[in-house]
Design a protein around this ligand. Structure first.
Ligand code: URA
Ligand code: CA
Length: 433
C-alpha cells in the first residue's frame, strides 16, 4: 500500500477499505507516515466526506491505536456520557453521583478544559484533596463498592487522536463531521464504554453552530455506535447561553451541590434529567425514560444523590464537609457585580464569549501549559428571557485581581438587553438508532 494512492483515492471521492484505514492509522501512530501526507488526507476527507462504514472503521482504528480499557471486572453495563463542548456545563459533576445513586455503574474518565470550555477534572480538583489519579486496582475496587469514580484519562488512550487533533488544529480541518465523530467515539470506546449518551450542543458556545449540523453529527455518532455495537443515544441541546448560572471551577462545584440539594438552576437540572434518564435506561436500570426520570427525581429529592456525591468525594480523598459548607469554596478576593445599563429583557448571553471572560479571570487555560485559578469565574443573575432593571446586577464577577476592566468590557459586548426575548428551547431533539 502506498499512502499517496490512498490520498488520491479519497481526493477523488472513493471509499477507503477497512484494511486501508487500519494501515493509515497504525502507520501514522508509529511515525511511519509523515504529517504532510495525513494533512492532505484530512483535507480530502473534509471535502469528500466518509460513509458511515468508513467513519466506523476510522473510529475503531483510532480507539485501538493505544490502550483499550477493560472494564469487564465491573458489574453491570458501563454507560459513558460525553458533551461535544459547552460553557458552564456542570452536568458531569451532578450526573455521576445522581445516576450512580440509582444503580448505574459510573466508571468515568474525564478531561481538562481548554480555551473557553471547562473540563470536569479541573472542577473536581477545586474540591480540597480530591484525587483524579487512581491506580487501576483502586479504580475498579471503588466502582465495584460504590458504583462511581471519576478519574483522568490514562496517558496512552487513543494516541492517534492526539496526533490527528493537533494536526487538524493547524490545517483548518477541525470542523469536519466524520473527523469530529470518530475523534469523540474512539475515546469513548477506548475508555471501555458499553453504551454512550452524547450531549451534542448547538449554538454560539458549541462546535455546531446550527441545528442541522448538530443533527448530522448526532446521527453520524449514533450510526457509529450501532456499527461498533455500543448502544448510543444523542441529545441535541442548546448552548447559545451558558448552562446553569455558574462558570468557573469552584463556582460550578457549588452549583452542583445546590442542584443535588434541589436548589439548582432549572435548565441545568432539566439537562441532568434528560441525559441521566437515557443513561439509566441504557444501563437497564429502568424500562422507560419516564420510569428512569422518576427514579432520578426520587434520588435527588430524598438526598440519596447528594449522599452519593459525598461518598464519591471521600472515596477519592477529598474533603466531603464542603458539601455542607459550599461557601468555603468561594475564596476569590474581589466579588464585583455587573449592573445592567438599561431596563428590558435579556436577549443575548453569548456563551463562548462569556466562557472567554471567565478564562481571562483565570478559570481556564489559553494553552495546555497554563495554570488555572479554581476560585474565579462568573455567576449569572439573569438568563435569556429574564426581565432586568437598569442598575440591577446581570452577573457577579469573582476575581483575584482588581484590574477587570477588559473583562467587564467583553461582558457588556456580549450581553444584550431588548424589548422582548424568549427563553431558548433547551432540548432540540433526541436521536436514537
Ligand atoms: N471533541 C473531540 O474530542 N474531538 C473533536 O474532534 C471535536 C470535539
Ligand atoms: Ca453551570
Amino acid at each position: 500500500m502506498r499512502m499517496v494512492d490512498l490520498i488520491e483515492k479519497k481526493r477523488d471521492g472513493n471509499e477507503l477499505s477497512t484494511k486501508e484505514i487500519e494501515y493509515i492509522i497504525t502507520k501514522y501512530t508509529n511515525g511511519e507516515i509523515p504529517d504532510y501526507q495525513i494533512s492532505a488526507l484530512l483535507m480530502a476527507i473534509f471535502y469528500q466526506d466518509m460513509t458511515d462504514r468508513e467513519i466506523t472503521d476510522l473510529t475503531l482504528a483510532i480507539a485501538h491505536s493505544g490502550d483499550v480499557i477493560d472494564l469487564s471486572p465491573l458489574d453491570g453495563i458501563k454507560v459513558d456520557k460525553h458533551s461535544t463542548g459547552g460553557v458552564g456545563d456542570t452536568t458531569t459533576l451532578i450526573l455521576a453521583p445522581l445516576v450512580a445513586s440509582v444503580g448505574v455503574t459510573v466508571a468515568k474518565m474525564s478531561g481538562r478544559g481548554l480555551g473557553y470550555t471547562g473540563g470536569t477534572l479541573d472542577k473536581l480538583e477545586a474540591i480540597p484533596g480530591f484525587q483524579i489519579e487512581l491506580s487501576d486496582e483502586a479504580f475498579i475496587r471503588i466502582v465495584n463498592e460504590s458504583k462511581v469514580a471519576v478519574i483522568g484519562q490514562s496517558g496512552n488512550l487513543a494516541p492517534a487522536d492526539k496526533k490527528l487533533y493537533a494536526l487538524r488544529d493547524v490545517t483548518a480541518t477541525v470542523d469536519s463531521i466524520p473527523l469530529i465523530a470518530s475523534s469523540i467515539m474512539s475515546k469513548k470506546i477506548a475508555a471501555g464504554a458499553d453504551a454512550i449518551v452524547l450531549d451534542v450542543t448547538t449554538g454560539d458556545g458549541a462546535f455546531m453552530k446550527n441545528i442541522e449540523d448538530a443533527r448530522r453529527l448526532a446521527k453520524t455518532m449514533t450510526s457509529i455506535g450501532k456499527l461498533a455495537h455500543r448502544q448510543t443515544v444523542a441529545v441535541i441541546s442548546d448552548m447559545s447561553e451558558p448552562l446553569g448560572e455558574a462558570i468557573g471551577n469552584s463556582l460550578e462545584v457549588v452549583e452542583a451541590i445546590e442542584t443535588l440539594n434541589g436548589n439548582g438552576p432549572e435548565d441545568l437540572l432539566e439537562m441532568c434529567y434528560a441525559l441521566g434518564s437515557q443513561m439509566v435506561v441504557l444501563a437497564n436500570q429502568a424500562a422507560t425514560i419516564e420510569e428512569a426520570r422518576s427514579l432520578l427525581q426520587e434520588a435527588l429529592e430524598s438526598g440519596k444523590a447528594l449522599d452519593k456525591f459525598k461518598e464519591m468525594i471521600r472515596n477519592q480523598g477529598g474533603d466531603d464537609s464542603i458539601v455542607d459548607q459550599p461557601e468555603r469554596l468561594l475564596t476569590a478576593k474581589y466579588v464585583v457585580e455587573l449592573p445592567a445599563k438599561s431596563s428590558g429583557i435579556v436577549s443575548k448571553l453569548v456563551a463562548n464569549e462569556l466562557g472567554i471572560a471567565a478564562m481571562m479571570l483565570g478559570s481556564g487555560r489559553k494553552t495546555k501549559e497554563d495554570d488555572i485559578d479554581h476560585a474565579v469565574g462568573l455567576k449569572l443573575n439573569k438568563k435569556i428571557g429574564d426581565p432586568v432593571k437598569e442598575g440591577e446586577s446581570l452577573l457577579t464577577i469573582y476575581s483575584n485581581t482588581k484590574e477587570i476592566s477588559s473583562v467587564q468590557e467583553l461582558l457588556y459586548q456580549n450581553i444584550q438587553i431588548s424589548d422582548s426575548a424568549e427563553k431558548p428551547t433547551l432540548i432540540h431533539d433526541i436521536i436514537t438508532e
